[in-house]
Design a protein around this ligand. Structure first.
Ligand SMILES: [Zn+2]
Length: 480
């Protein structure tokens, strides 16, 4: 069965000092482009609000005024683009909005490929839509979209690949070509890893590059290249997967994952039931905590400019954050990859929106332990990324013909005995072990939950693969 999938290939870049300058310029352009687009939206919104407030001052209540206030057309990407084309290169004369940085006389528009702006305008559309959706209750609550401030926002830009004029490509064994624009020629950046996996697919016509995101994480720049790939997927699990059958996966609070059956992560290590954040992460987290204390100590409140020492501490914190994120991602990918390779069926909890924002506090059914202690620790290490693990299992399952199974949302997986079904109503939140008073079974609480999930999950209805051929329409997935 051939399927079209979108995969991300991430490479560390090794730019020359001159190229680094260009990358900074692109990132600045993207940030300013976003702010330009958001500024237009905020201005339109403020006009509407002024009209509404005027009606309210005349004695209407809020609901009536909201209804009666004249509608304001929200400028979308196309309109932003037209405005930007008309005004770029000219001094900015418009009023400044609260929090908006004065767009320099549009100096940032030069020497940058137009597409870096267009995607930034698109991102502003998305940010605005997400905010509206959150107001309507279609998404978890969020704040009003914010301007991207210099030094506070991750430096990044995205360029959508034009299929008519394919100008993002690999050159030589380890170089990536970044298109020029605005009077600036294209240039090629050295890569740290070999892009051979992807170039081979491109040469045989199985893969097409759809877009590229370049971002700075700590001290290093990365390019994430999205490619649309035609792939031959297995129609049924391998014999080994079939022999292993089904596994129950519980997303614990103490351990990242607890399994009903042991899994071999590394060839030379014994199979394991609990997949914790590796010690590696704990070490980095300790270093991070120390670096953050140093940074806090060097911070001078109210100073117009922070010291050199503070800047150094700050870049160290950023570097450690980037390391932590990279290591966590590697671990997550390894776990989810092994799971889909090893089993024919994977049983999971049903993840609700609450589960996605689950914190150290845990949920009613699964309270977090050592909440105070954990809240004091760095959030980065505790944020195991339940939603991310689920997302990865879901898309990778298709690559290995794995069937997914889910237990109903409110199934009491940590309160009932997986052997006889007895429900422990009086279980205290601190109990690490599950003691069954009906059949005498004693087991780790999370392991019992994993067994329950394995036992009670219902296989999902097989989904017909829905893939839109449009670039960016499918959810991008990562290649690991
Ligand atoms: Zn029992």
């Amino acid at each position: 069965m051939t399927e079209t999938i979108i995969r991300a290939y991430r490479y560390a870049l090794d730019p020359t000092p001159a190229q680094t300058e260009i990358l900074h310029r692109y990132a600045t352009a993207s940030r300013c482009g976003f702010n330009f687009a958001l500024g237009m939206k905020v201005a339109a919104y403020e006009r509407w609000r002024a009209d509404r407030n005027h009606l309210m001052a005349q004695g209407m209540n809020k609901a009536q005024a909201t209804k009666k206030a004249p509608k304001v057309a929200m400028p979308n990407r196309n309109q932003t683009q037209a405005d930007w084309r008309a005004t770029r290169g000219q001094p900015f004369t418009g009023p400044l909005l609260p929090g908006q940085e004065r767009p320099m006389p549009f100096a940032w528009w030069e020497g940058v490929n137009n597409r870096a702006y267009y995607t930034a305008f698109e991102d502003a559309d998305t940010a605005w839509k997400n905010w509206l959706d959150s107001l309507a209750g279609r998404r978890p609550p969020m704040g009003f979209p914010r301007f991207k401030r210099r030094g506070r926002t991750r430096e990044s830009f995205r360029i959508v690949h034009s299929l008519a004029k394919p100008d993002i490509r690999f050159e030589g064994p380890r170089r990536l070509r970044i298109p020029g624009g605005g009077g600036q020629p294209a240039f090629t950046v050295r890569l740290h890893q070999s892009p051979r996996d992807l170039t081979r697919l491109i040469t045989t016509g199985q893969a097409v590059i759809t877009s590229m995101t370049v971002a700075r994480d700590g001290h290093r720049w990365h390019a994430s290249v999205l490619a649309r790939i035609e792939e031959e997927l297995p129609t049924r699990p391998t014999r080994r997967q079939q022999a292993a059958g089904r596994v129950g996966v519980d997303l614990g609070v103490k351990s990242a994952l607890v399994l009903s059956d042991p899994l071999t992560l590394h060839a030379r290590q014994a199979p394991t039931l609990t997949l914790d954040n590796p010690r590696l992460l704990a070490n980095t987290a300790r270093k991070l905590a120390r670096a953050q204390r140093t940074m806090a100590r060097r911070f001078v409140k109210g100073a117009p400019q922070q010291s050199q020492g503070y800047q150094e501490a700050r870049s160290k914190v950023a570097k450690l954050h980037a390391q932590l994120a990279a290591r966590r991602a590697t671990t997550q990918h390894l776990i989810t990859k092994r799971l889909v390779q090893s089993y024919a069926e994977i049983a999971l909890e049903t993840l609700n929106t609450k589960g996605m924002t689950r914190s150290a506090k845990g949920t009613a059914d699964k309270p977090g332990r050592n909440v105070r202690q954990k809240a004091g620790l760095n959030k980065a290490i505790l944020d195991i990324g339940f939603a991310e693990i689920h997302r990865q299992i879901e898309y990778k399952a298709r690559w290995h013909a794995v069937t997914l199974a889910h237990v109903p949302t409110f199934f009491p997986s940590s309160k009932s005995c997986h052997q006889c079904g007895w429900i422990h109503t009086g279980q205290t939140l601190k109990d690490r072990e599950f003691h069954c008073e009906a059949c005498g079974m004693i087991m780790d609480r999370d392991a019992n939950a994993a067994h329950n999930i394995k036992k009670h999950a219902q296989p999902d209805q097989p989904q017909r693969p829905v893939q839109s051929p449009g670039a960016g329409a499918a959810t991008p997935v990562d290649c690991m």
